[in-house]
Ligand binder design. Structure first.
Ligand SMILES: [Zn+2]
Length: 244
């Protein structure tokens, strides 16, 4: 009986700790009980989102899925989409006010949180690409092995906000030009391995970090084709070691 009591206390403590450390995770799990409507399976919009925005979201999600399929060959990620029309709600779910979209990936599920600026194909395809990579490798391997620069650089291959060219060599040149406008010296990749490295030094640094990452990934694609990217991902999946 005593054991049961301690077990119960331990469980409560663990659950409280979980909620305290990851409040936004709990919110994502319970999105259907918050002020959201499920307008399609796994697509939630905040209450009072206009019909026009709802229709746009559905259309953009479909287009983003097509973009994923074209690049990856298939789409296996099942992230739930949460659209917050109110910036305060976005902050509650994404734990940040920055950016137009935010992905939360866990071993128990994935969520893509969007604000008004995220209501477009580029942002949705970008976040879906993060989810696709995690779905392919699993949560642990992605967290342990995949450097943030690769994850972000890859997502930019499906996000045409900085560079829209579809020709692989042109895309690489355009990214190189974009980064050279902002910085004469590129950031070394080994300084962009973690989320903190990447996002923790202000807006300008993060923009250079995005472009630097996209230069690296697009360079590989322009030289060896997309198949080289999938060879690297498959090798990471099999051997548990990322080598670019
Ligand atoms: Zn990203």
């Amino acid at each position: 009986m005593k054991f049961l009591k301690y077990f119960f206390y331990a469980l409560i403590t663990l659950a409280s700790l979980f909620v305290w450390v990851f409040p936004q995770l709990l919110r994502c799990f319970c999105v259907e009980y918050d002020n959201f409507l499920e307008i399609k399976p796994n697509i939630f919009v905040e209450e009072k989102t206009s019909k026009m925005q709802q229709d746009s979201l559905i259309k953009y999600v479909e287009n983003a899925k097509m973009r994923l399929k074209t690049f990856w060959g298939s789409k296996n990620g099942q992230a739930t989409i949460i659209f917050s029309k109110n910036p305060k709600t976005y902050q509650k779910y994404a734990k940040t006010t920055e950016g137009a979209g935010f992905s939360i990936g866990t071993p128990l599920g994935s969520w893509i949180i969007l604000n008004q600026d995220g209501l477009n194909v580029d942002v949705i395809a970008h976040e879906m690409c993060h989810d696709e990579l995690m779905t392919k490798l699993g949560w642990w391997k992605t967290k342990q092995e995949i450097p943030t620069w690769f994850d972000e650089g890859l997502a930019l291959m499906l996000d045409y906000r900085f560079v829209s060219s579809q020709d692989s060599i042109q895309r690489y040149n355009d990214y190189r030009n974009e980064v050279s406008y902002l910085s004469a010296i590129p950031i070394p990749l080994n300084e962009l391995n973690t989320q903190k490295d990447f996002f923790g030094h202000g807006e300008r640094f993060t923009k250079i970090a995005y472009l630097t990452s996209a230069v690296e990934v697009s360079r590989k694609i322009s030289m060896k084709g997309k198949k080289e990217i999938f060879r690297i991902i498959n090798k990471t999946e099999k051997e548990g070691k990322f080598e670019f």
